[in-house]
Design a protein around this ligand. Structure first.
Ligand code: TYM
Length: 341
């Protein structure tokens, strides 16, 4: 593995995205975000971050958090993020994120955080730990993005509202002081922006779902993948047609088939027209996903076993990110009125 060596190219636009190391990565993370990181990294100046500081907004066991942070970085690489092209780093290695977050926190209304649907959901789920970090979480996310003047943020649909706050904060700072931040655009895929649970297809597939059968993990074995797809909840019809509202189960499987093979919904409907029942379709989806996930899983095991190589990538990534982050923060501090040090 060669750590990032490309100088930052100011002529290229910048993308930044992040993931929380709060559980195993699932196919939703790939569909909504990771595959676009991989697809965009050659065209864009790219930074990808394991957001461990976001993760502690819910209780974490320290040893698990440490392990998952490294697992996640290895998974980025296994899924195709190339550390020679992209900057891969851990959020807590770049303290400028929380430093900028403080300045932005002082420019954010309570109401703006209070209306975030993810805050409402998570405070219901973690009613015994509704901490201030959970509330201000989207401001730290805005800092992640604005520090690097990202033009584009490839994420799944559930991050759209957070992105809106990042845009508002960028505009607010620019207006109040002077042009400083790029106003970022979300990049949300048309298909795969919201992969649903295999067991409850009206609910998002999520790292925190306690039902293991609901998610397809990137470390699942071939047989686990086959079993989960076989047992995936479908709908009462028998034909293969895309209709998110009326047929959420089958539509979700069609999205997964599209992710794994590139086939369009029209192609899929044509391929399975006239088939009796869901079994042949489910079998095809399972085999396509086995072929898609297996190389990622195998590469993950390889990358993860080279701890020194992985640490070197993360160290270089953080050094690179810090150089850039420091410059932005210096400007922000100056404009804010902090005396130079
Ligand atoms: P997180 O860690 O929950 O999810 C990581 C990314 O995966 C997407 N995603 C999905 N996409 C489709 N279907 C699903 N079922 C699914 N589940 C998750 C998410 O939309 C996300 O893109 N707040 C962010 C992390 C973050 C961040 C950032 C993202 C922190 N700072 C800066 C972008 C830029 C989060 O909790 O993602």
């Amino acid at each position: 593995m060669t750590p990032h060596t490309q100088p930052s190219a100011p002529s290229r636009k910048t993308i930044l995205s992040g993931m929380q190391p709060t559980g195993e990565l699932n196919i939703g993370h790939v569909a909504g975000a990771l595959r676009n990181w991989v697809a965009l990294q050659r065209e864009y100046d790219s930074l990808f971050c394991v957001v461990d500081q976001h993760a502690i907004t819910v209780r974490q066991e320290p040893a698990k958090l440490r392990k998952r942070t490294l697992d996640m970085a290895a998974m980025f690489i296994a899924a195709g993020v190339d550390p020679a092209q992209s900057v891969v780093f851990v959020q807590s290695h770049v303290p400028e994120h929380v430093q900028l977050a403080w300045v932005l926190t002082c420019m954010t209304g309570m109401g703006e955080c209070a209306r975030m649907t993810q805050f409402k959901d998570k405070s219901e789920k973690h009613a015994d730990n509704i901490n201030v970090g959970l509330f201000t979480y989207p401001i730290l996310m805005a800092a992640d993005i604005l520090l690097y003047n990202a033009d584009l943020v490839p994420v799944g649909q559930d991050q759209k509202q957070h992105l809106e706050l990042a845009r508002n904060l960028a505009e607010r700072f620019n207006h109040h002081y002077s042009a400083t931040f790029t106003v970022p655009e979300p990049f949300i895929p048309k298909v795969g922006g919201k992969i649903m649970s295999l067991q409850e297809p009206t609910k998002k597939m999520s790292k925190s779902d306690p039902n293991e059968k609901a998610s397809l993990f990137l470390i699942d074995t071939d047989d686990q993948i086959r079993n989960k797809i076989k047992r995936a909840v479908t709908d009462s019809g028998t034909d293969i047609v895309y209709d998110e509202e009326a047929r959420p189960g089958v539509s979700n499987l069609m999205s997964l088939y599209h992710i794994a093979t590139g086939a369009s919904f029209a192609d899929i409907e044509r391929e399975f027209a006239g088939s009796t029942g869901y079994a042949p379709f489910k079998e095809a989806v399972a085999e396509a996903l086995v072929a898609y996930i297996r190389p990622i899983r195998e590469r993950f095991l390889e990358v993860r076993s080279d701890t020194d190589g992985l640490s070197a990538i993360l160290r270089q990534g953080a050094d690179h990110a810090r150089d850039r982050a420091r410059k932005t923060l210096r400007k922000v501090y100056k404009k804010t009125g902090f005396v130079e040090y």
